[in-house]
Design a protein around this ligand. Structure first.
Ligand code: SAM
Length: 261
C-alpha cells in the first residue's frame, strides 16, 4: 500500500502543494524522490493518487492524478463520550477508536476524572487522529467535541440517539428500570443498536467511576445503564470493547473457510 498523506484543503486534479508536518514526513522521514507516487486524502471523504513534482525544504509540489470519493465509514454513527485516561493511554485510546470507525469523541468532565482535557492535549490527540486515518485508510476524520459534563451532553445530544452509560455490573442492576431479581440475571442484557436517527452514544467513566449523582442524572435524562461483564475494565479497554462490538455487529462479515475444499 502506498503512503497516505492528509491534505485538508480539498482535492482536485492538477498541481497541488503539501506542507507542514505532512511535507516534513514525506521529504525528511520517507525521503521521497521526484516521480514517486503517493495517496492523498482530505478528511472529508475523498482520496486521490499524486505524483511528486518537486521537493522543497518546507513543502512538496505534487500533481494530483485522480480524485474519487471513497466511503469507509460505518453506516451507523457511534459517539464515545469518555473521561480521558492519563498520559500515553489517551493516544492509544484515540488510535484504536479511529481504526474501529468511531464517528466522534466527547471528552467527559467528571467529578472523579483526573485527566481533565486541556487544549494542548486535544491538539496532540487531533494529530493522532490524522496518523491513525493515514494508517487505517479512513478518509473522514473522527471529530472531537469540546469537553463537557454528562449533564451538558444529555442536553446537547439528539434524543433520537441510543444512549448507554457503562457502569460495572455490581452497581448496574440497581440502576436498571427493570432490575433483575435473580443473581444469575445480574448483568444487563444489551445490544448496541442505533437509535432512530441511526446513531448511538456510549459514556465511559473515569478510573474512579461515575458518582451516584452522575448515574442518577443520566438515567433521569434517558440513558440506559449497561454492564460490560463481570470484570473491571480500564477506561480505554471499556471504550475499545464498545467500539469493537459496534464495528463487528454492524460492519463485520463472517468468513467461513472449509479446509476440505
Ligand atoms: N471503580 C470504578 C467503578 O466502580 O465504577 C471503576 C471504573 S472503570 C476503571 C472506568 C470506567 O470504565 C467505568 O466508569 C465504566 O464506565 C467503564 N467500565 C469498566 N468496567 C466496566 C464493566 N465491567 N461494566 C461496565 N462499565 C465498565
Amino acid at each position: 500500500m502506498r503512503h497516505r498523506f492528509y491534505h485538508p484543503n480539498g482535492l482536485s486534479r492538477g498541481p497541488t502543494i503539501l506542507d507542514g508536518t505532512e511535507a516534513h514526513h514525506l521529504t525528511h522521514v520517507l525521503r521521497a524522490r521526484v516521480g514517486d507516487l503517493v495517496d492523498l486524502f482530505d478528511g472529508a471523504g475523498s482520496e486521490g493518487e499524486a505524483r511528486v513534482v518537486e521537493l522543497q525544504r518546507r513543502q512538496v509540489r505534487l500533481e494530483l492524478l485522480t480524485v474519487r470519493s471513497v466511503e469507509r465509514e460505518s453506516r451507523y454513527r457511534l459517539t464515545i463520550a469518555v473521561a480521558l485516561p492519563k498520559g500515553p493511554r489517551q493516544g492509544w485510546l484515540v488510535e484504536k477508536l479511529v481504526e474501529l470507525g468511531v464517528d466522534r469523541i466527547v471528552p467527559l468532565r467528571t467529578t472523579r476524572g483526573v485527566a481533565q482535557p486541556d487544549d494542548n492535549a486535544l491538539n496532540r490527540l487531533q494529530r493522532t487522529v490524522i496518523e491513525s486515518c493515514k494508517q487505517s485508510g479512513r478518509n473522514r476524520l473522527m471529530t472531537f467535541d469540546r469537553p463537557m459534563r454528562l449533564a451538558e451532553l444529555a442536553q446537547a445530544i439528539d434524543p433520537a440517539t441510543a444512549r448507554w452509560l457503562a457502569h460495572p455490573t455490581t452497581t448496574a442492576s440497581q440502576w436498571s428500570h427493570d432490575a433483575p431479581s435473580e443473581p444469575s440475571q445480574q448483568s444487563v442484557d444489551w445490544t448496541l443498536g442505533p437509535g432512530t436517527n441511526g446513531a448511538a452514544c456510549v459514556a465511559i467513566g473515569p478510573e474512579g467511576g461515575f458518582t451516584d449523582d452522575e448515574v442518577r442524572d443520566a438515567v433521569d435524562a434517558g440513558w440506559q445503564v449497561v454492564s460490560l461483564g463481570p470484570r473491571l475494565l480500564r477506561i480505554e479497554t471499556a471504550a475499545v470493547a464498545c467500539a469493537a462490538h459496534w464495528c463487528l455487529l454492524h460492519e463485520g462479515r463472517a468468513w467461513i473457510t472449509d479446509s476440505r475444499t
